[in-house]
Ligand binder design. Structure first.
Ligand code: NAP
Length: 294
């Protein structure tokens, strides 16, 4: 009998933990601060930024929002990032992607102070993840990692197959799960559009993670009996939001599965709060080290 992984519940637990940390920091005179930057009118991006702003207020963060015109120049955006880098009230900077075509996304991400890069996309933080140093983990794979951990799903030595190799989901997911540490230590196979016999590879997975962007791509024949199936996909179709996994067909084979609503999505939002409060804590530690030195 399949069991549902309740991302809504775990995200709510995590928000309570963040709120407790936030209150503790406030007693030390630090209010965690998150700045969100939205360029243009992309409706989905607007919804995401609204939710992030609401979440951060709910855990008593200081929240700053910058809505910028679609036609803003790259220079102006870079100078806003610089201002936020230098603003002591801000511990996390989130520039909502995608950016308009005339702006070089990598240039913007690289301009964010790695110590405030709560999305975990700066090359320095990606590099730290590669070599297993403490860093900000990108929110979506970090959320999946927490789901596996908090449901006590064994990853040690597990065969994990990830479908998708994007910089925001597939690749960091692989890097997180292959680390030699508790809650990871898996054997990870990353597949993509050029993979041969993808279905055969997927059907060997103890844990199958789909991050493709194609509705119901993962069918029952691609899933091993008893596998854990994590669906990262969010696809807008005429039937509403649909995942990358054909949930109805796959649920009879899986032992654990995430639903499209209340699965990975809420976890992505929760992990942004975790990274921001963590950034504020590191800032506080740096301050106390400086005062000890003085
Ligand atoms: P992406 O950048 O478009 O990457 C998609 C990946 O899937 C690529 O690596 C691509 O391979 C692979 N792929 C595409 N078609 C394939 C096929 N026929 N066979 C095998 N692999 C194929 O997408 P993303 O940003 O990682 O997002 C993936 C999905 O997750 C989307 O539905 C997105 O909306 C969703 N998402 C959800 C959350 C959340 O919080 N729930 C967060 C982020 C993303 P190539 O590299 O070879 O092109």
């Amino acid at each position: 009998m399949v069991q549902i992984i309740d991302g809504e519940k775990i995200a709510s637990d995590i928000r309570s933990e963040v709120l407790a940390e936030s209150e503790k920091l406030k007693k030390e005179g630090i209010t965690p601060g998150l700045a969100t930057v939205l360029v243009g009118e992309n409706p989905a991006s607007k919804v995401y930024v609204n939710m992030k702003e609401k979440d951060s207020k709910a855990v008593q963060f200081y929240s700053e929002r910058h809505d910028l015109d679609e036609n803003i120049t790259e220079e102006r955006l870079l100078s806003l990032v610089e201002e936020l880098n230098n603003n002591d009230k801000i511990h996390g900077i989130l520039v909502q992607l995608p950016l308009p075509k005339h702006i070089d996304e990598n240039k913007i991400l690289e301009a964010i102070d790695p110590a405030k890069d709560v999305d975990g996309f700066h090359p320095i933080n990606v590099g730290k993840l590669v070599i297993g140093l403490e860093t900000f983990l990108p929110c979506t794979p970090h959320g999946v990692f927490q789901l596996l951990k908090r449901y006590n799903i064994e990853t040690d030595g597990a065969d994990v197959v990830i479908i998708g190799r994007s910089n925001i989901v597939g690749k960091p997911m692989a890097l997180i799960l292959m680390q030699r540490k508790k809650g990871a230590n898996a054997t990870v196979t990353v597949t993509h559009s050029a993979t041969k016999d993808l279905a055969a590879k997927a059907s060997k997975a103890d844990i199958l993670i789909a991050a493709i962007g194609k509705p119901k791509f993962v069918t029952a024949d691609m899933v091993k009996e008893g596998a854990v199936v994590i669906d990262v996909g969010v696809n807008r179709t005429e039937d509403g939001l649909v995942g990358d996994v054909d949930f109805e067909a796959v649920k009879d084979k899986a032992s654990w599965i995430t639903p499209v609503h209340g699965g990975v999505g809420p976890m992505t939002r929760a992990m942004l709060l975790v990274n921001t409060v963590e950034s504020a804590k590191r800032h506080s530690n740096r301050q106390s080290k400086v005062s000890v030195k003085n």
